[in-house]
Design a protein around this ligand. Structure first.
Ligand SMILES: Cc1ncc(COP(=O)(O)O)c(C=O)c1O
Length: 254
């Protein structure tokens, strides 16, 4: 995909919603050999788990809306890179394009980030716990979570994600479209909503009719949930999923 006029390679790792892991060092090597800069969206991993500059990237993008603010109540973003480039962003792009954060949002994010490492560790721990439980369930068709040894990118994730594997996972059910919707109606702890990095857990169903489905690995094609695990008690999360599965007659094991 590198063309003569390619100036920048930008990617997410883990990727949304497949959690696929990109090899940051390999991409940096290829890009720099071709005089191309590299930018990483580190939102899913967060700076607590991954510091992409250690792998040689030129720029890092973080959604502050997610883990860094942590409470799902304000929007913001950060671009990190060499001062001369950041000055350009600040004094040219921001002036000409906008994108200036409101003082109240800035205050909420600044307050939220004081507890960021503490919360992030719980997101990591809870997500691994839920992923391991889901993987055992006979009604679950697949679980995509970088912390699971069965996950394709696990070894690479271990190298790039130092403190844990983040709070987002995706999984499928052995069932059809309407089953996915019915299971969500039974959930009490999870909220049916998009986004991630909130204190509260969120779940969103992407059906087999989603227009982006062809971009995802085969196991996603019958539909799947993307789950953003929060910082609730981890057994409350598992028990909530358990009772929702049981309410739909699905087999559950401990
Ligand atoms: C990987 C990733 N980066 C950035 C964003 C956008 O973040 P924001 O809502 O702060 O614009 C999202 C939103 O879902 C995301 O998943």
């Amino acid at each position: 995909a590198i063309k003569p006029n390619t100036k920048l390679i930008h990617f997410e790792t883990p990727g949304n919603p497949t959690l696929c892991i990109c090899d940051i060092e390999a991409i940096v090597k290829l890009a720099h050999e071709n005089n191309i800069q590299v930018s990483v969206d580190n939102t899913f991993s967060s700076p607590y788990n991954t510091k992409p500059f250690e792998f040689g990237v030129d720029y890092v993008v973080e959604s502050l809306t997610k883990y860094i603010n942590g409470h799902g109540d304000s929007m913001g973003g950060a671009i990190l890179g060499p001062k001369a480039d950041m000055d350009k962003v600040r004094y040219e792009s921001q002036v000409n394009i906008g994108g200036c954060i409101s003082p109240f949002n800035a205050w909420l994010i600044q307050r939220g980030c004081q507890t960021f490492p503490l919360r992030m560790q719980v997101h990591n721990d809870n997500a691994l716990y839920v992923a391991k439980w889901l993987e055992k369930q006979p009604c679950v068709s697949f679980v995509a979570y970088p912390g699971l040894p069965s996950f394709k990118g696990h070894e690479l994730a271990k190298k790039q994600m130092k403190n844990g594997f983040g709070g987002v996972l995706s999984f499928g059910l052995k069932g059809e479209h309407d089953l996915y919707n019915r299971v969500v109606t039974h959930l009490n702890v999870f909220t049916s909503a998009v986004s991630l990095g909130n204190a509260g857990s969120l779940i969103v169903f992407l059906g087999e009719d989603d227009e982006r489905m062809y971009l995802y690995p085969e196991e996603f094609h019958n539909g799947f949930y993307r789950v953003a695990i929060g910082i609730e008690d981890k057994d409350d999360l598992v028990n909530d999923l358990k009772q929702a599965f049981v309410a739909e007659g699905l087999e559950v094991v401990d």
